[in-house]
Design a protein around this ligand. Structure first.
Ligand code: AMP
Ligand code: ZN
Length: 462
């Protein structure tokens, strides 16, 4: 282990040392509802969780990362109906687009990305258990969780009893307004989206999917459960109640919540018309990496105000990082292996280990760059720093600039462009297409090798 991570736990309202666990370290993040483009607020949460996973990985925790796809809810059902598509075709399309956006933002692929419709049995079993233990009841074909039967309801969100029991207005037949739905009886507007259950045809409520999938892939009492702050109540409170009532064990040890992205000081919302997605950012002339930088640059627990000016500043900052990477590559004369621990950047790494303090880490990074600009590098100093630089850029998810510039020192842009296109095809599992590009490269006099750290291009001798 290279140092322990400290994180704020919403459950205890304290910054805690995160203990490692034997084997894999489970992290669950509530994923997107796939009915439209994810907006950049969603991506703030996913980028912060991405940084968390990268820091865990770098520190030696061996993260096993699960992020679900919510493919069944009112919005996906109504989207499928409006477009005349089946639910699977409709959500499949939006899932694919979401994954493309994640790749563009260089978000680490989850170890598992389960979706709700593929885990109906697990959800039905969990609801069955709750009924058996009398934590739930059936009314008109729907099943509800009886909040009054779960004494520690509210422990996570710490809302007042009045707020906790206010309810969402749905389900007039409930015993109490604050009870929440586990299984929804079919209604007219669900169309063909209906599944069989011991309580009749219907579909699962939203909260139960995360409990069922988290438990299936991570067991009980797993290390970290993550999501945007708006999910703390009711979603996460309900996840805890369902799982813990059914199993008698804790769902997760630490609850990690990301504060919201705001636009011009306002909440992002459809009605205000200030919702942006990744394509909007591209249309403004900024790259996904620039957005990634902008989203990561604030502390994850502070609301982040987004403005076009912050993209401009992020683009400049990334430019300086690229330039420094390039300078190290040129001075080093060769690509060293990635460092196994930080020495030069150890204060910066400590800042990341301290509740992911990105603003402090970036401050240290840029003051390092300022000092470095003043002095020169010997080849061996440059190699040492470059080896740590590679590790640091991997933690931030900005390894790409170094890769790109290190190749551009010796490789024509046209060849790099083909290699990058081939990499994207391989990521999309289009191996035939990737092979065709390998042939094309060979024809142009370049061989390409794939390794764990990416590809390597080599000029064929004449
Ligand atoms: P959804 O697709 O609505 O289920 O949301 C996916 C994730 O994005 C959840 O973790 C939300 O908490 C998070 N989220 C939604 N809006 C924002 C926002 N403005 N800023 C940060 N995270 C958000
Ligand atoms: Zn969830």
């Amino acid at each position: 282990m290279e140092g322990f991570l400290k994180l704020y736990n919403t459950l205890s309202r304290q910054v805690e040392v995160v203990a490692s666990v034997p084997g894999n370290f489970g992290v669950y993040c509530c994923g997107p509802t796939v009915y439209n483009y994810a907006h950049i607020g969603n991506f703030r949460t996913f980028a912060a969780v991405d940084l968390l996973v990268r820091v865990l990985d770098c520190a030696g925790y061996r993260p096993f990362f699960v992020r679900n796809i919510t493919d069944i809810d009112d919005k996906t059902i109504s989207g499928a109906r409006t477009t005349g598509q089946s639910l699977a075709t409709f959500t499949g399309k939006w899932t694919k687009i979401f994954r493309e956006d994640c790749r563009a933002l260089n978000l680490v692929e989850p170890s598992v990305e389960p979706c709700a419709t593929a885990h109906l049995d697990e959800q039905i079993d969990l609801i069955g258990l709750l009924l058996e233990k009398k934590f739930a009841y059936v009314r008109s074909g729907s099943v509800y969780f009886r909040v009054s039967s779960w004494k520690s309801y509210g422990l996570l969100s710490r809302l007042s009893e009045r707020e906790l029991l206010m309810g969402d207005g749905n389900g007039a037949e409930k015993e109490n307004a604050g009870d929440f739905v586990l299984w929804k009886a079919s209604k007219e507007s669900d169309g063909e989206v209906r599944y069989g259950s011991p309580w009749g045809e219907g579909r699962p409520g939203w909260h139960i999917e995360c409990s069922a999938m988290a438990m299936k892939y991570l067991g009980n009492n797993f290390p970290i459960h993550a999501g945007g702050i708006d999910l703390c109540f009711p979603h996460h409170e309900n996840e805890i109640a369902q799982t813990e009532a059914a199993t008698g064990q804790n769902l997760a040890k630490l609850w990690f919540h990301v504060a919201h992205l705001r636009i011009g000081g306002e909440k992002m919302s459809k009605s205000i018309g200030n919702l942006y997605n990744l394509n909007d950012i591209r249309e403004m002339g900024y790259s996904p990496e620039t957005l990634r930088y902008a989203l990561l640059s604030g502390h994850y627990r502070q609301p982040l105000n987004f403005a076009v000016g912050s993209l401009r500043a992020s683009s400049r900052a990334l430019g300086r990082l690229r330039q420094h990477g390039l300078r190290l590559v040129e001075n080093a004369g060769e690509m060293p292996a990635m460092a196994e621990k930080f020495e030069i950047f150890s204060p910066l790494w400590e800042a990341l280990l301290d509740d992911l303090h990105v603003p402090k880490a970036l401050g240290l990074l840029f003051s390092h760059l300022q000092k470095a600009t003043a002095g020169g590098y010997t080849a061996s100093d440059a190699r040492k720093e470059l080896s740590e630089w590679l590790r640091l850029m991997k933690v931030f998810g900005f390894s790409y600039p170094v890769e790109k510039f290190s190749m551009q020192v010796t490789t024509p842009e046209e060849i790099v462009a083909i290699a990058e296109a081939r990499k994207r095809l391989r990521e999309d599992r289009d191996f035939a297409g990737a092979d065709a590009l390998r042939e094309k490269l060979l024809g142009l006099g370049w061989s390409i090798q794939d390794g764990s750290g990416g590809y390597e291009l080599a000029r064929l001798s004449d």
